[in-house]
Design a protein around this ligand. Structure first.
Ligand code: BGC
Length: 358
């Protein structure tokens, strides 16, 4: 793809993604941050999409094959969760299928800190990413896995779960429902069956009925703040079409409340993780939205800011703390887990996606 040729950060981004892909096909979240030595479905879905856009189709295919193997290895657990939810006796959150697998596709070991693994959004994001990769209905073996994941998303989206930021915060999250919409719409195309677009419509209706505050979407039904992850409700989740007044009012609120002028994008007001700094992948998400709307001028300073955050070798971190919301919370996190994750594969994926639409 043309963007790679003259752009050191884009070249390095492809390298970071490919080097961070294990022989199994899994993408490690960050190779240099011990807590992130796992493969998240959420991060991986965006890594595969980015590589598709850079014509690295084999890498994306290897990821999807790894997801399918990992899911099939846990089919009994997933089938059981669906059956128990249908019977009105849902498993405990810690008994649900995980948000992250080991690079070999197993559940994490119990010596690790307990992780808030019940996150539905990654499963929806995987279906979205797979549909983008295949560009039409599945012929062949991935079909059964996609159908299982679609049934899992349809069963779990109404439940309280952890957010894309792995926080509970009331348990209901607009971006989780957005990922469910994207995943179920993707299932309709992958399985060539409108049953799944009907299921997506129900989620979309719930989102629009419960999450609108002050004329725009809010991060939770009882939390009127915006969240950077609301940006994805336009691109790539297509919960609302670009230009829709509700979506644009939501993005306006993100610009006003979370985008530091001349800088990046915060996850949400009150974030304390590593002080609550500006996230590279959210800055890229805002630029992605602007570019998709034809606002190249608005995207330009964001692209420049992102580039300026790259380390000398082109590595992009998860977040930067120079303008942290709660500076006093940087040191405690550094003491607990080490310096903020760098390079973060998802940051690099979003950089490539942003540059591929520019
Ligand atoms: C983020 C998640 C991400 C994970 C791995 C967490 O800190 O909140 O969104 O999936 O790191 O990158």
């Amino acid at each position: 793809m043309a963007i790679i040729a003259g752009d050191l950060i884009a070249r390095r981004s492809v390298e970071v993604l490919k080097q961070g892909q294990s022989a199994s096909g899994a993408f490690v979240a960050s190779p240099a941050f011990p807590v992130y030595r796992y493969a998240w479905l959420r991060d991986g879905a965006f890594c595969a999409y980015a590589l598709d856009r850079c014509d690295e189709l084999d890498s994306a295919a290897a990821f999807h094959a790894w997801v399918a193997r990992s899911i099939e290895a846990h089919r009994p657990m997933i089938e059981q969760a669906i059956a128990r939810i249908d019977a009105g006796d849902p498993p405990l959150p810690e008994q649900m299928p995980p948000a992250r697998y080991t690079l070999e596709g197993s559940l994490e070991t119990t010596e690790d800190e307990p992780w808030p693994n019940f996150q539905v959004d990654g499963y929806g994001m995987w279906l979205w990413s797979l549909a983008e990769h295949l560009g039409g209905p599945i012929v062949g073996e991935l079909r059964e896995t996609a159908e299982l994941v679609a049934r899992y998303v349809r069963a779990t989206w109404p439940m309280k779960s952890f957010s894309c930021w792995e926080e509970f915060d009331g348990g209901e999250h607009a971006s989780t429902l957005g990922a469910a919409v994207a995943g179920l719409d993707a299932a309709a195309s992958l399985l060539d069956d409108s049953e799944w677009s009907d299921a997506a419509r129900v989620v979309r209706e719930r989102l629009l009925a419960r999450f609108v505050r002050e004329g725009r979407l809010a991060r939770g039904p009882d939390d009127a703040r915006v969240d950077g992850s609301l940006l994805w409700l336009g691109v790539p989740f297509r919960v609302l079409p670009l230009g829709d007044p509700l979506l644009e009012a939501t993005v306006d609120a993100v610009r006003r409340d979370l985008h530091r002028p001349g800088g990046g994008v915060y996850r949400y007001r009150g974030d304390t993780y590593y002080g609550g700094g500006e996230w590279i992948l959210l800055a890229c998400s805002l630029a992605w939205h602007e570019l998709s709307r034809g606002n190249a001028e608005a995207a330009q300073p964001i692209r420049e800011w992102v580039r300026a955050q790259a380390h000398g070798n082109g590595d992009l971190p998860e977040q930067v703390s120079d303008h942290a919301q709660t500076p006093g919370m940087i040191a405690p996190w550094v003491a607990r887990w080490g310096p903020a994750a760098t390079p973060l594969l998802w940051s690099h994926a979003m950089y490539l996606i942003m540059e591929s639409v520019a």
